[in-house]
Design a protein. Structure first.
Lengths: 290, 251, 320
């Protein structure tokens, strides 16, 4: 029985860490898709870019870990703005196929660009010394970096949720997701709102990519390899929802960890079948608008 | 005939705590010229959606010519002659006017799903569609894509499509909505000339139209029927005048 | 326009136009002009059939799918497994592949087509991934990562061998593409096909004219799966090899790319986009796969922004 408990704690712990990373990366995608109705298959590129920036800053310029993370989030956020203004904006309200193809094209370009600049191999993340090793709680020890991930993630999630609930900006986002035309007629500048939420979501993704470089390896095919996971989190969570993807990420993270531990052969089957079932039951996702 | 063409009993629709249709009892007689009016948000279009089956009712019954259709899907109701038009034009925008109507004719004839004869060989359906266009004065633009037509003409195509389905009960949802006043005359004429065996329910905001076309009126306010009766009685009703504060009610 | 003229013009749309002979003349001519490239040619022809099947759901019915390769792969593995286990008769192999794919199409369609938008996209992706996982796990039949080994396809009619030069393959693929095209063309010009366009253009309106929308979508999804299965079986038989890449997201994605290059929903977009893409890929991706990826990505972005109708769309614009 001690073994089962220990296994459960392990699975819960690693699942939670994975869920945090998935959530930070995917929440921006959820809002983009819910707000602008835009199928952005290239969202993973921002996470990847964040990962590359963090690892490059740390290994080539010796920037310490936390500033590197911050730098990555800001850099990716700023870089995403021209992409939204120049490319994505043309296709809002347009055909789904166009959006799929445009963003797929961007993914291909990112794969090539990343290979060109950084080569085809994975960029390993060297966590700073104060995060290496394990935290010993007496009865159990937990890997320090993953613990940091969970705490950091929890803090960011709290800030995000408070921001959405308490700030005027958050209110505008929620109103626009709920009913865009109504929001426009009330005087909300939706064009600028799109740009700002997109930038924030991309910045968060960059942050998540950098933080999670240890869980989701940073390599040129990152956006393709992890596309399914990000889409699952968003689709199951519910487009435009802020909380829904968190629940979805938890489900996905814990299922993934659980199966890796217990039944590595069938993890993918279970996750995909579960996704299909949830989408059949709730096509708009668990917390999506009816 | 005592059986009404269309009848709802206690029709209700709620979205959680919000009730958009509240125990609506409604009768539409055969050959009627009936209007459904009410302020914005009264639930008029919701009523149409419930009756046609685009929305599932929370409670209540719907009868078409005596038969209970409450649980029939939308397509089945259409096949029995319950047809609607849309408040915001819902046509196949990139297809031609003729094709829009032909598609409806083919569905009515039951050949819409045919795989073996090319669509062009269904000459009868095409000719019927074209005849309908001629009736409504649309034959000049038969081969033009619908989205290139003036909006008033598009609304006429909406009506043509609905007529192609041989309706017994026709629900016109704000047929002149959004149409510049120069073009609405044609629409009104078409409605006036509709065959008398079709039971007609018009949802309208424009009181001039209502007074010109309707013999009976039902007033809907916040999902409930406020009052129902012949045109003259409703026009005099003080409750109705109060509800329409500020709207012209011609004497 | 007098009434009968308008009706005549409308009723004549399905008649054969002389230009429609062009692709077939080009295909036959290529047999003689490019004798060294017949193996590639056969693959192009088979892939055109795949793209044609995808166009039926994508361009006509408006169902955006990221999982069409599931049907290609099912057809391929079915024909392949038969050939690897002693039954190498080509035509029955095609038939078996087609039926298996149609079956998968029907079953998955029942589930997948209940949703729209992102949920639908996700479901198609999920189905394809599940099929790929199953194929991977069942490596005792499918060969798993190494691919299906030991296929032996018998000569056609017992006489025409599948040789290294690809002559038989080319003619075989051409014949089956022709059949597939006849079927697709028939569907597109039928009332059923026109109603698919209606479903794509305005599904609310289709419901309101009494059309059984769900049934129509499921039917075209199943037919499309069957045709995709034929193309998969063709590729398997002519290369005598099947691998997991047949079921990959990349396969599903590249068929979308090929269609948009040629023009989606135009029946002939496949005939233009597929050869362009595959010939370019054949030339350039060997030189530098990184550059290939970049330029294809850039091309897609440019096509979506500037030339949405693909090559056929550009023709239309110049004609005006």
């Amino acid at each position: 029985m001690g073994n089962t408990l220990s296994a459960a704690v392990s699975i819960g712990f690693h699942g939670l860490a994975f869920a945090m990373v998935l959530y930070l990366i995917s929440v921006g995608l959820s809002v983009t898709m819910g707000l602008m109705g835009f199928v952005n298959l290239a969202h993973g590129v921002f996470a990847m870019a964040g990962g590359y920036v963090v690892t490059s800053l740390m290994s080539r310029w010796g920037v310490p870990f936390l500033p590197a993370l911050l730098g990555a989030a800001v850099a990716v956020s700023l870089a995403s703005i021209p992409i939204e203004r120049v490319l994505y904006r043309r296709l809002y309200g347009g055909e789904e196929l166009d959006q799929v193809l445009l963003t797929m094209g961007l993914v291909f370009m990112s794969v090539a660009a990343a290979t060109y600049v950084w080569g085809p191999l994975q960029q390993p993340l060297q966590p700073p010394p104060w995060l290496s090793g394990a935290i010993d709680l007496g009865v159990r020890s937990f890997p320090a970096y993953r613990s940091f991930l969970i705490l950091c993630g929890a803090a960011l999630v709290t800030v995000l949720w408070l921001g959405i609930e308490r700030t005027r900006f958050g209110a505008r986002v929620r109103a626009s997701v709920d009913n865009l035309r109504m929001a426009q007629s009330v005087g909300i500048d939706t064009s600028r709102l799109f740009m700002t939420t997109f930038a924030l979501g991309s910045g968060l993704a960059g942050l998540g990519g950098g933080l999670g470089a240890d869980l989701l390896a940073i390599n040129p095919s990152y956006a393709l390899q992890n596309l399914a996971y990000f889409l699952i989190v968003v689709a199951v969570g519910g487009l435009g929802s802020i909380r829904g993807p968190f629940v979805a990420a938890l489900l996905l993270g814990i299922a993934d960890s659980g199966f890796k531990y217990l039944l590595p052969e069938f993890g993918a089957f279970f996750i995909y079948t579960l996704t299909m079932g949830i989408l059949l039951w709730r096509p708009r996702g668990l917390f999506g608008r009816a | 005939m005592n059986t009404p063409a269309l009848e709802t009993r206690g029709l209700r629709k709620s979205f959680g705590a919000l009730t958009v249709a509240n125990a609506v009892d409604f009768r539409l007689e055969h050959g009627a010229r009936h209007a459904l009016i009410g302020p914005n948000g009264a639930g008029k279009t919701t009523f149409v959606e419930l009756v046609t089956g685009a929305l599932q009712a929370s409670a209540g019954q719907i009868h078409l010519d005596g038969a209970d259709i409450t649980h029939l899907p939308q397509a089945a109701r259409v096949k029995r002659g319950l047809v609607r038009t849309f408040q915001i034009t819902a046509l196949f925008r990139r297809l031609s006017v003729l094709e829009n109507v032909t598609l409806a004719v083919c569905e009515r004839q039951g050949v819409g799903g045919g795989l073996f004869r090319p669509a062009g060989r269904h000459r009868g359906a095409i000719e019927e569609a074209h005849a309908l266009l001629e009736q409504l004065g649309l034959e000049v633009e038969a081969l033009r894509p619908v989205n290139l037509l003036a909006y008033g003409r598009q609304r006429l195509v909406e009506i043509a499509v609905s007529l192609a389905l041989s309706p017994k009960v026709l629900l016109l949802d704000e047929p002149a909505a959004g149409v510049p006043s120069g073009e609405s005359g044609a629409i009104i004429k078409v409605i006036e000339r509709l065959p008398s065996d079709i039971a007609l329910l018009i949802i309208e905001h424009d009181m001039d139209l209502v007074f010109r076309l309707a013999q009976r009126i039902t007033v809907l306010v916040q999902g409930s029927v406020l009052v129902e009766g012949p045109l003259e009685a409703i026009a005099m009703d003080p409750e109705v005048r109060r509800v329409y504060l500020g709207e012209r009610v011609p004497r | 326009m007098t009434p009968s003229r308008a009706i005549d013009a409308f009723a004549r749309r399905h008649r054969y136009h002389p230009l429609e002979a062009l692709p077939w003349l080009a295909a036959v001519a290529s047999y003689f002009i490019f004798p060294d490239y017949l193996a590639l040619g056969a693959q192009i022809l088979a892939t055109i059939l795949f793209a044609l099947s995808a166009d039926l759901v994508l361009g006509y019915a408006g169902i955006v799918t990221l999982g069409h390769a599931a049907f290609l792969g099912t057809g391929a593995y079915t024909a392949g497994i038969l050939a690897a286990h002693g039954w190498g008769e080509p035509f029955t192999g095609i038939l078996a592949g087609s039926v298996a794919a149609a079956f998968l199409g029907f079953l998955s369609g029942l589930v997948v087509l209940r949703t729209t938008g992102l949920a639908l996209l996700m479901q198609t992706l999920v189905v394809a991934t599940l099929v790929a996982e199953a194929a991977n796990k069942a490596s005792f039949i499918t060969g798993g990562d190494d691919g299906l080994q030991g296929m032996e396809v018998w000569p056609i009619f017992g006489w025409f061998r599948f040789d290294l030069f690809g002559r038989t393959s080319y003619a075989y693929c051409l014949a089956l593409l022709f059949l597939g095209w006849l079927i697709a063309r028939q569907i597109v010009h039928s009332p059923f096909g026109r109603s698919l366009i209606g479903i794509r253009e305005n599904v609310r309106r289709m419901h309101a004219i009494g059309a059984p929308v769900a049934r129509r979508r499921l039917t075209i999804y199943t037919i499309s799966a069957a045709l995709a299965g034929v193309s998969g079986a063709l590729i398997a038989q002519t290369t005598q090899f099947v691998s997991l890449s047949f079921l990959s997201l990349e396969r599903s994605g590249t068929v979308l790319i090929m269609l948009i290059i040629g023009g989606v929903g135009r029946l002939y977009g496949a005939f233009i986009g597929v050869p362009l893409y595959m010939i370019a890929q054949n030339r350039f991706s060997e030189i530098d796969p990184v550059y290939w990826y970049f330029w294809i990505g850039l091309l897609m972005v440019l096509v979506v922004v500037f030339a949405r109708g693909g090559v056929l769309g550009l023709f239309d614009r110049f004609r005006r």
